[in-house]
Every structure is written in structure tokens, then in C-alpha cells.
Design a protein around this ligand. Sequence first.
Ligand code: 8YV
Length: 318
Amino acid sequence: MKPEVLQLSPILIPEINTRLGELFTIRRYFEQADKAAYIKEHGANIRGVITGGHTGISQALMAQLPKLEVVAVNGVGTDAVDLAYARDRGIRVTATIGALTEDVADLAIGLLIAVCRGLCTSDRYVRSGQWPHSTTPLAPLPLARQVSGMRIGIVGMGRVGRAVATRAAAFGCPISYTDLQPMSDVNHSFVADLTQLASQSDALILAAAADKAEAIINADVLKALGQGGYLINVARGKLVNEVDLVAALKAGEIAGAALDVFVDEPRVPETLFGNEQVVLQPHRASATVQTRTRMGEMVVASLVDSFAGRVPQGSVTD
Ligand code: 8YV
């Protein structure tokens, strides 16, 4: 009999869904209107879970799956999974480690350029048909901020942070970083204190895991980043005190922000919608065909290996 797997969030690659269906009995929880009834019906037989990095799985749901052996996260962040509870129950948790590093770093740089160069504002200007009505052939848009040479502060020098650093270095940007400790294999300057890092950076790029860090970007850090500073977030919304960020943007205390992630997705503070100093993305950093295919393959392999008694490549609990 095929193992039963509860799927908490969709996978957008058809070939991966076909493969999952061949190997397992997939219970598509995310499509159910009455989720409680669905769990009552199928919970007792579920041996595996597929979920997204942001979605994770609550302890309450894991508690209703007595035969659960493995949670395969289709993402790299495991902050939305109670790892201590999973370990206690002997439930393995896997993540798609390494699969999305390049895409997330690409988007971080894309967002930095977009917000500094006003790409979205300019795009809206052209699309709305305003350009021909300008009194000069040049659009009367404010001049932008040069990106090359900006002092970049990276928060979290893991895989993504390092990939961001490689890209920023190619733009001639001096790079500093903060993390729990200095990394002996990283040549950029380590700054232990986040506020200090902010004060000496033109842009802060958040690439940290959110397991151990919440609301670390607060009013003090934003003040230190200052009126010429930009905040880029491709990690997790909860790293930022969003109320402080909205207030700092409104008061012009920082120059701008480009955000792929938010505290309460898909809800985004509406006051940001009309703010031209902000670029907004709906959590898309890993959303390319190539990366999502690789992630899906890792999810399949995690489940197959786990059910076969092998330790999967992306296990975070073994
Ligand atoms: C994905 C993520 O969008 O990797 C993560 O932790 O949050 C994102 O890359 C998400 O996991 C897709 O399900």
C-alpha cells in the first residue's frame, strides 16, 4: 500500500505532482473547505506531510497525526515547524537546503536595484500613459539612488547571505555583515551589533533564518540606517517590527524598503500601497520553474528516503 501523505500547500510543477501521485496517496489538505473533518477522516493514516516554508505545520496538527514519520518542507525555512516537538515525537523534518540559494540572492539584488532606481514607479509612469504628457522628453521623476558602490550590510551570512555578497561585490559594493558569530571563511567585515551595522550601511539586506530572531529590525535599527538607507527583506517578515518599519517609511526616517516577505502573509500593511519608496513582492524569491522543480525533487526524495529508512539529504533533525 502506498504511504499516505498530507499536503498542506500546493506544488506548482505538474511533473512533481505526477511523481508524488505515483509514489504516494496524496491527501490535498490545502484544497479542503472543512479541514477538521478531513483530518478526522484521514489523520490516523498519514505518514508524511508536505508543507511550505512559510506555512510549516502547527503542533496541534502534528498531534492529530499519530503515525506521522516525516515533514518535508518545500522550502528552506523551518521556523514555522515546532522542531523540538517533532524531535520529541521522532518525526523527521526535512528542508530543500541549497536548492533556492541563487534565486533568493538574485531577488535580493533585483529588489535593491528596483527600489533604489525606482523601477516600479517608472514602470507605472509609462504604463499609465503619463510620459507623452510630460513637458520635457525626460520624465519628471525624481533622480534615483546609484546602486554600484553602495555600502551593503548583510544580516545573516548563511548560504543566501553569501550568495548576496558575491553578487553585491560584483557591483563594487563594500560589504559588512552580522551573524551570531564571525565566520572564519568569510572575508567581509563582521559587525557584532546590528544597530552599528545599520549605521554604517546604505542598504541592509536581510537573509537570516527566523528560528532564533524576531523583530530584530526595530525603530532603533531603522533610525541608525538613516534617511539615506534602504531595507531589503528576502528572509522572513517576522525579522522586522513591521509597525516600526511602516512608521519609519512614513516619517522619511529611511529612504525606502523592498520587501518579499511580511509578518502576516498574505496581509500587507495597506499604508504601504501608495508609498513610492517601497517595492512589494508576494513572497516570490524561490518562485522560478528551475528552482521549484529542484525543490520538488528534493521533497520527493525526502519522503522516499524517509519511508525507506534512509536519512534524507535535507534532514534538519538527524
Ligand atoms: C517558499 C520559503 O516560497 O524557502 C522558504 O523557506 O519561504 C520560500 O522559498 C516556500 O517555502 C514555498 O512553499
